[in-house]
Write a protein that binds this ligand. Structure first.
Ligand code: GDP
Length: 301
């Protein structure tokens, strides 16, 4: 519990740093139109997006009416409830099924924290007695391959990597090797940037297709890593990658930094894909499961 408190504090500190604190809206004494207007501004400033902001305000007004709340502090508590309810569909753990290997394809634009998250995920799985094989399918960037190699060594897991190889071929080999070596999980790291965005989506689709040739039920999960600091941009990435690949889960990183947090509400409203994990630091243990209620409370603390 001590550890959990640690990351909640970091999350709160990170959210506070943005200065767009939603809580200041509730320091007055009256519940009036001005309060709702201020709240609307604060939610938008926190990256909540127009649709989720409108939904939350509407929901909140109903709750205020039903509960006959009489002071702003009570309204704040009702907002926390409304936000937790909105975020609830995102709260779902990653479960590794009986099928071996479970193939998890991981995508994300460069800098989102993809490689770091794969390292953290590898450790998380290893800690839960899963054997992992890494596939370095970002053959485009030598640095990406090396970085993944460092994570593999650190976690003492095997890695399939091939300088300048075809990303889909590397993925195919990795899934085949995962089967032959009876691994529980194959984690496929993909490129985050190619000369053009169009190429990237084509390449990712091809990797997905070829993975299913090595195992017709794979990939079992297609994850997108997004940087929690990037607001509306992160939501746009979720939509674009989901349309190209069919996402099954998200990892939202850097929520310990200056993230405004509201982007999760925007995702819940517009593209509710489960948030399997959140990243709350650069260290290997800084990966947490997402809790809608805790997150809502941290955002409004
Ligand atoms: P990639 O290009 O998507 O593979 O991104 P990297 O994994 O290389 O991460 C980019 C930078 O973000 C690195 O400096 C990481 O240490 C940092 N980073 C990744 N996840 C987190 C996180 O949850 N919190 C913080 N503070 N930094 C992170």
């Amino acid at each position: 519990a001590g550890e959990r408190k640690g990351w909640m504090d970091r999350l709160k500190a990170g959210l506070r740093k943005t200065g767009s604190s939603i809580t200041t809206v509730f320091t007055g004494t009256k519940i009036d139109d001005a309060l709702y207007e201020e709240l609307e501004d604060a939610l938008l400033m926190a990256d909540t997006g127009v649709k989720a902001t409108m939904h939350l305000l509407d929901d909140l007004k109903h709750r205020v009416k039903d509960s006959k709340a009489s002071d702003p502090a009570a309204v704040k508590a009702l907002l926390a409830d409304a936000l937790a309810d909105l975020l609830q569909p995102l709260e779902r753990p990653l479960t590794i099924g009986k099928h071996t290997p479970t193939v998890i394809m991981v995508a994300g634009v460069n800098g989102a924290g993809k490689t770091t998250s794969i390292g953290k995920l590898t450790k998380h799985l290893a800690d839960n007695d899963q054997s992992v094989l890494l596939a370095a399918a970002d053959t485009f960037r030598a640095a990406a391959r090396e970085q993944l190699g460092v994570w593999a060594t650190r976690n003492t897991v095997e890695i399939i990597s091939q300088a300048g190889g075809d990303p889909a071929a590397v993925s195919f080999d990795a899934v085949s090797a995962g089967k032959a070596r009876k691994k529980d999980v194959v984690l496929v790291d993909t490129a985050g940037r190619l000369p053009t965005q169009l190429h990237l989506m084509e390449e990712l689709r091809k990797i997905k297709r070829v993975i299913s040739k090595a195992d017709s039920s794979a990939p079992h999960e297609v994850l997108l890593v997004i940087d929690g600091n990037t607001g509306q941009n992160a939501l746009n990435q979720v939509k674009a990658f989901d349309e190209a690949l069919g996402l099954t889960g998200l990892i939202v990183t850097k929520l310990d930094g200056t993230a405004k947090g509201g982007v999760l509400a925007a995702i819940a409203q517009e593209r509710p894909i489960p948030v399997y994990f959140i990243g709350v630091g650069e260290k290997v243990q800084d990966l947490e499961t997402f809790s809608a209620k805790e997150f809502a409370q941290a955002l409004l603390a």
